[in-house]
Structures are given as structure tokens and as C-alpha cells.
Design a protein around this ligand. Structure first.
Ligand code: ATP
Ligand code: MG
Length: 478
């Protein structure tokens, strides 16, 4: 496109300069002819006047020369009578000259009794001449004045050369100017093209300069805003893709975890069932023991499945909670009583602190789930003779803070950030031994999120852990 534009520019310049030049030269030629004719007419007039004033042919010729001629241009004067006889010529002896009746300009002047001009070759002087013959009735003669064509043709030629020079110079100058200007004009387009190409190659961060205020500047601006838009959309898409991929990985992990968790008790159940069916075990006490183990594993399976169902139910919920009013401190007492037997087995005491009334608006079942899971952990991962402290307090903006603190084994710092993940257990075998599947804290966290809250943990290894759950459930209306 640049090339075409430059060629176009050069052609335009060439055409305009040459047409102007040609017209100028043509009109100059015309003008020069007219000027010469005028000069010859004046010379003729002057010559006639001098003759009338009584001067000789020769004297009149000299005065004409002084007025009209110079070194480079000699004025020729010829006087011819009605018969065509040359009476006088200032450049040739009249006696030697042939009859001029046949010369066209002289013939015309006599015929019209006026003035005639003629451009032709002079046989007498052997050169091209411009003639002006004028008939004077008082003399009944024609006075013919003439100049060699060559002299003013040379002038015109010089003028033509000068024109050609000026034309080529301006052509060069304008051409160069056009060349560089078009380059400058087109540069943003090149920039745009390379930007477009790199965008096509998935590089969305390219931008072009937009400092001109013309159409190209507008185009550049449009390009940049398109690039902004595209970059943003691609980034959004990538983010969504990442999230999707993450979700997929999580789902796959979840399925793998669930299958694994199901497999362990099932394998155990099948083993014991096979053994019993073989009939090798005769001792009824051992048979009873086996059945007991099977029962425990079935119970574990049941627990696992109901936890998974619970979790997916909570995850699927968004605000659609069955809210009811109840007193949280009473619920704390209930849960403490519920788990008291389990605690007593390990000689652990549960202490409910600060038992003032705490009216809340929430799903009682879900809040109870939180408390049971936290207190259950606090008992399971405690030491014999340890303590569990439960407390619920009120904070501004309808927030309730539930804190469950134990004096147990604690959690190492590297595990702390992960204990709320599904199936995550610090000590797998120990947890499994306790009948745990690693879903309890995950359920707690999800319920907290349902109530615009959070679940966090602080722990000192060997000294105990504190789980804190914040929930927006305080009932202001009661
Ligand atoms: N109070 C605590 N003290 C020490 N470690 C704890 C405590 N609570 C939880 N943990 C650790 O965090 C892990 C995850 O707890 P979570 O309640 O989610 O699962 P679980 O107790 O193993 O099984 P589940 O609760 O599903 O029966 C536990 O396995 C345990 O290692
Ligand atoms: Mg637990």
C-alpha cells in the first residue's frame, strides 16, 4: 500500500508540474510572438514617420535601429513599391534584390491596404524571419520590418530549459517530500499490522501508540480498546478454566477418597464374613467377637455415607435454611450432656463457660452439628484426664463466636491450614482407630460459611487446640 501511495503521489506531482510547464511555455511563445509583432509595427510606424519628416531611408533606418534594435537583435527594414520593386533594404543593397511582389506578406499588405505578418524563411538572408508588412497610402509603398526568428526562439528555448530544470528540481523535492511524508503517514498502519499479527499469535498485551488525532489515531485507539477488552475476556476465560480444572481435580480427588474410605471397612467386613462362612471358627465367643467387628465396620460405613451426604447437602444449600429461634447456651449444655459419657470414658471433663442466655436465629440441627463435631474432636484428640472448655459469646453485627478449647495433643503448625479439608487427618491410623473419616471439620467449615461466618484453629503442640467458629446468627428481634 505504501508503494502504491508513493507511486500515486509521484505521478500526481509529475502530471501537475508538466501540465503547468507545458502551458506556461506555450503561452510564453504566444506572448513573445505578440510582443515581437507589436515591436515590428511600432518600428514600421516610426520609420514611416521619420520618412515623412524628410529623412532618407538610411537615416530613418538608423533612428529605428537606435530605438528598437540592440547587439543581439538587428532590425531589418525593407521598402517595396506597388510593383514589388525593392526601394531600400538596410541589410542588403536594394539594387541586387529580386522583385518582392511575390512575398506573401507584401502581397497581402498591398491587397488589404493594411498590415500583414508572416513567419518564413528569407531567401535573401537565408534565415527564418518574422515579417510585418504595412501599407502606407501616402507613399503607396509597403514598409516591411522584420527580425530573425532565431533570436527570440533562442530566448524561448532558454526559458524551456529553465522550466525543465525547475520542473525536475521540484519533482525531486516534492517526490522526496511525498516519499518521507507517506512513510510517516503509513508507519502507524505498519505498527497496527504487526500488533494485530502478534495478537493473532495470542499475545494480548500489545498496544499501539495513539498520539495522532486523525483517522489513523482513532483506529489505533479503537484497536487498543479492542485489545483491552480482548485481554480482559481472555483473562476471565483463563480464570474460569483454571477454576473449572481445579473443581475437576477436587471432584476426582473426592471420588478417589470416598472410594478408598469405603473400601477399607468393606474389605474388613468381607474378610470376617468369609471366615465365619467357612465354618472354621467353632468357638461361639470368637464368632461373637467377629460379628461385633462387622457391626463396628458397618456402623463406620453408615457414618461415612451420612457424613458425605450431609456435606453435599450443605454444599448445595445457599441461604435456604430452616431458621428457628432458640437459646444457644441451652444447646451448649445439651451437647455437653450428650457427649458426657464418651468424655467420662477417658476421664475427661467438659466445662461450659459463661452460661448466659444467647438467643439466636438459625437451623438448630446445623449448629448442633458444629458443636458435636468440635467437642467430639476435643474429646477424641485429648489426653486421659484432660479438659474441654466450651464457650459462646456475642459480638456486634449479629455475630456469635463459639470457642471449643481442649488440653489435648495439639496440631503441628504444618497441619493447621489443612485440617478443615475433606478427609484430611493429621494421623490417619490414629483417627481411623477413633472411627474418624476426616469430614467433621469440613462440615463445620461449610456450615459456618452458610451463616456468613468462618471457622479457624489455633494450636500449641502438646498443649491443646482452640477451634473458633463465627456465625451471623444472633437474634436481635427477640
Ligand atoms: N481438637 C483437636 N486436637 C488435635 N487434633 C485435631 C483436633 N480436631 C481435629 N484434629 C485433627 O484434624 C483432623 C480432621 O478432623 P475432622 O474432625 O475433620 O476428622 P476426624 O475427626 O478425623 O473424623 P470425623 O470427624 O469425620 O469423624 C483429625 O483427624 C485430627 O487429626
Ligand atoms: Mg472429627
Amino acid at each position: 500500500m505504501l508503494r502504491r501511495m508513493q507511486i500515486f503521489l509521484v505521478i500526481i506531482v509529475l502530471l501537475s508540474i508538466s501540465t503547468t510547464g507545458i502551458f506556461c511555455i506555450y503561452f510564453l511563445g504566444q506572448y513573445s510572438d505578440r510582443m515581437n509583432v507589436q515591436m515590428l509595427a511600432s518600428a514600421s510606424e516610426l520609420y514611416h514617420r521619420e520618412l515623412s519628416a524628410g529623412q532618407t531611408y538610411e537615416q530613418a533606418s538608423v533612428s529605428c535601429q537606435t530605438v528598437f534594435a540592440d547587439e543581439s537583435m538587428k532590425l531589418r527594414i525593407t521598402v517595396v513599391d506597388a510593383d514589388g520593386v525593392v526601394l531600400y533594404d538596410n541589410q542588403q543593397s536594394a539594387a541586387t534584390m529580386v522583385n518582392h511582389a511575390g512575398r506573401k506578406e507584401i502581397k497581402d499588405a498591398f491587397a488589404t491596404k493594411g498590415t500583414a505578418t508572416q513567419k518564413r524563411h528569407s531567401a535573401t538572408l537565408n534565415m527564418d524571419m518574422l515579417y510585418l508588412a504595412r501599407y502606407y497610402p501616402d507613399l503607396n509603398e509597403v514598409i516591411r520590418s522584420s527580425v530573425p526568428l532565431e533570436i527570440y526562439q533562442k530566448g524561448i528555448q532558454q526559458m524551456q530549459y529553465a522550466f525543465a530544470g525547475v520542473m525536475s528540481a521540484s519533482l525531486l523535492l516534492l517526490g522526496a517530500l511525498g516519499y518521507f511524508y507517506s512513510r510517516r503517514l503509513v508507519r502507524p498502519l505498519f505498527e497496527l499490522r504487526s500488533a494485530t499479527e502478534s495478537m493473532a499469535a495470542s499475545n494480548y498485551s500489545v498496544r499501539v501508540q495513539t498520539n495522532s488525532s486523525d483517522e489513523i489515531g482513532a483506529l489505533s485507539k479503537a484497536f487498543n480498546s479492542m485489545a483491552d477488552q480482548l485481554e480482559k475476556e481472555v483473562r476471565d476465560l483463563e480464570e474460569k478454566n483454571d477454576k473449572l480444572a481445579e473443581l475437576q481435580v477436587m471432584r476426582a480427588e473426592f471420588v478417589a477418597n470416598v472410594s478408598h474410605e469405603l473400601k477399607t471397612p468393606l474389605t474388613s467386613i468381607r474378610g470376617f464374613v468369609e471366615t465365619l462362612r467357612n465354618g472354621h471358627i467353632k468357638d461361639p465367643a470368637v464368632q461373637e467377637r467377629f460379628l461385633e467387628i462387622i457391626d463396628i465396620e458397618v456402623e463406620r460405613l453408615h457414618q461415612l455415607i451420612s457424613d458425605i451426604l450431609e456435606l453435599s447437602e450443605i454444599e448445595g444449600m445457599e441461604g435456604e435454611l430452616e431458621l428457628q429461634k432458640f437459646d444457644l447456651s441451652t444447646l451448649l449444655d445439651d451437647v455437653a450432656t450428650l457427649l458426657d459419657d464418651k468424655a467420662t470414658d477417658s476421664n475427661i471433663s467438659i466445662i461450659v463457660e459463661d452460661c448466659e442466655q444467647l438467643p439466636v436465629l438459625a437451623s438448630k440441627y446445623r449448629i448442633k452439628q458444629i458443636l458435636i463435631n468440635l467437642v467430639d474432636n476435643a474429646i477424641k484428640y485429648n489426653r486421659v484426664g484432660g479438659k474441654v472448655y466450651i464457650r459462646a459469646t456475642r459480638e456486634p453485627d449479629r455475630m456469635i463466636v463459639i470457642r471449643v478449647k481442649d488440653t489435648g495433643e495439639g496440631i503441628a503448625p504444618e497441619h493447621l491450614p489443612r485440617v478443615f479439608e475433606r478427609f484430611y487427618r493429621v494421623d490417619k491410623s490414629h483417627s481411623r482407630q477413633m472411627g474418624g473419616t476426616g469430614l467433621g471439620l469440613s462440615i463445620v467449615k461449610h456450615i459456618a460459611q452458610l451463616y456468613a461466618g468462618t471457622a479457624t484453629v489455633e494450636s500449641i503442640e502438646g498443649a491443646g487446640s482452640t477451634f473458633t467458629v463465627r456465625l451471623r446468627i444472633a437474634d436481635d428481634l427477640s
